[in-house]
Design a protein around this ligand. Structure first.
Ligand code: 6GU
Length: 236
């Protein structure tokens, strides 16, 4: 998959460690060629004298708003350029706290796309007219405010990278993650169960007996029960 990012802070998407994309699973996905991330500086597309990308909001108020022209021009230039022909269609995404809430279901759907274009606004936002004209998907990562969409975009890229075919080994398969559809439970999306490892006793605390019983069916039942209880108590 190719992921393009349009941002005024392209250095946040560099893979060299200790960047987010330079460690752990995303770095492996990049190294294996299963993921390609190309960050483009919005400034390069500004037609203004001082490469301005933003201006003061009509109607007054604090903050700055990204202007339509550089966003529109950059999106079309990025979409026309690809390492493969014919160019892959981009799924356009604007990261914004006003967007649809990101969920594992949305991540799974996006992980099947050939190419994403993530637009990360800073400041107060993006002129609504260019959003109307581009018709992107608008996504939020939660009901709190970040300084910009870049961190949210990195969250999205990380969540997608680990679902790309061949990125996770069998030993860390994503089918057992929190929020994965439960095969034993008709596709319910549940929080994960608790996990334990050695030693069997630690500071007077023992591991639940069922996990030491060797009864595989009982363990599967216990884990599903724990997932349901946790989901009810923490998300109910
Ligand atoms: Cl996608 N962007 C910003 N700026 N803040 C956020 C967010 C996105 N999601 C939650 N807060």
């Amino acid at each position: 998959m190719r992921v393009d990012v349009l941002t005024t802070f392209p250095e946040m998407f560099e893979a060299s460690p200790p960047g987010v994309l330079g460690v752990s699973i995303p770095s492996r996905a990049l190294r294996d060629g299963r993921l390609e991330v190309v960050a483009t500086n919005l400034r390069e597309f500004s037609a203004s004298k001082h490469r301005k990308t933003d201006d003061r909001p009509y109607g007054g108020g604090p903050g700055m708003v990204l202007t339509c022209q550089p966003v529109w021009d950059a999106v079309h230039a990025i979409e026309a350029s690809d390492s493969v022909r014919p160019v892959r269609a981009c799924t356009r995404i604007v990261m914004t706290p006003q967007g649809r809430m990101l969920s594992q279901e949305v991540v799974e759907e996006l992980a099947t796309k050939p190419r994403l274009l993530i637009i990360a606004g800073h400041y107060e936002g993006i002129d609504e007219r260019v959003i109307d004209a581009l018709k992107p998907m608008e996504l939020s990562i939660g009901d709190y405010v970040l300084s910009g969409g870049e961190l949210a975009g990195l969250v999205l890229i990380d969540a997608i990278a680990r679902l790309l075919p061949g990125v996770l080994g069998d030993s860390q398969s994503s089918v057992q993650d929190s929020f994965s559809a439960e095969p034993q439970a008709g596709g319910e999306r549940l929080l994960d169960c608790p996990h334990y490892t050695k030693p069997r006793d630690w500071m007077g605390r023992s591991v639940p007996d069922v996990l030491l019983s060797g009864d595989h069916q009982a363990i599967v039942r216990w884990r599903l029960e724990q997932k349901r209880t946790r989901t009810r108590e923490r998300r109910g």
